[in-house]
Design a protein around this ligand. Structure first.
Ligand SMILES: C[S@@+](CC[C@H](N)C(=O)[O-])C[C@H]1O[C@@H](n2cnc3c(N)ncnc32)[C@H](O)[C@@H]1O
Length: 198
């Protein structure tokens, strides 16, 4: 099974990748780290079935905007259902690496539980650099540390080679590509990296 088939199969299941009760404190920690998002424009690539998109819809409020994108049509359909009542949220199909985004228009690009699945992380980061508004932030976040996530992927055919770099490694790569990295957390129950254009 390849990655695409893996996620298509997952999309057909009940509540794919829904948050578990033990995830809630981690989601709350993520919300606090992100700060006040009211009125912000947020791009969420790799939205999946939208468990976080639905939270983002609330966090930005009706004055904000969320654009969710996923490469898997089944996931996009699920995400559309999850945010159907929110007119300020839209979900579209596409690869994060090819996303056609308004330049300098996004306050936050939130790469949540996506980064290890990207085909071309460098191309994605170039898109992000163009799309972020002045002062805008790129956040790469997972609900586990890189070591724990990689161990989890190793057990699933289809994503077994999808490697999450360690926080220090990703920070180094971003700095080399012209980003200012302000936060790096890579702990067993959290991965959180925040960067801005230098
Ligand atoms: C682990 S799931 C996480 C989904 C969602 N962020 C969540 O937390 O439930 C990764 C998602 O990324 C999508 N994906 C994988 N590669 C992608 C790419 N290059 N561009 C956009 N989406 C991608 C998959 O289809 C899948 O829905």
């Amino acid at each position: 099974m390849d990655r695409q088939a893996f996620f298509e199969t997952l999309a057909a299941e009940n509540d794919p990748l829904a948050f578990k009760p033990e995830h809630e404190p981690r989601i709350e920690r993520l919300r606090l780290r992100l700060g006040d998002l009211r009125g912000k424009r947020v791009f969420e690539p790799g939205c999946g079935a939208g468990p976080l998109t639905a939270r983002l819809a609330e966090w930005v409020g009706a004055a904000g905007r969320v654009l969710a994108l996923d490469a898997c049509p089944g996931m996009v359909a699920r995400c559309e259902q999850a945010v159907a009542e929110h007119a300020h949220v839209s979900a579209i199909r596409g690869r994060a690496e090819d996303a056609e985004l308004e330049p300098a228009a996004w306050d936050l690009i939130l790469c949540f539980r996506l980064y290890p699945h990207l085909d071309d992380a460098a191309a994605f980061l170039r898109r992000c650099a163009q799309a972020l508004a002045p002062g805008g932030e790129l956040v790469v976040a997972n609900l586990e540390g890189s070591r724990e996530l990689n161990a989890m992927h190793a057990r699933h055919a289809g994503v077994q080679d999808d490697a999450m770099p360690a926080g220090t490694e990703l920070a180094h790569e971003l700095r080399a590509a012209g980003w200012t990295v302000t936060d790096v957390v890579d702990e067993p129950e959290e991965f959180f990296l925040r960067a801005r254009r230098a």
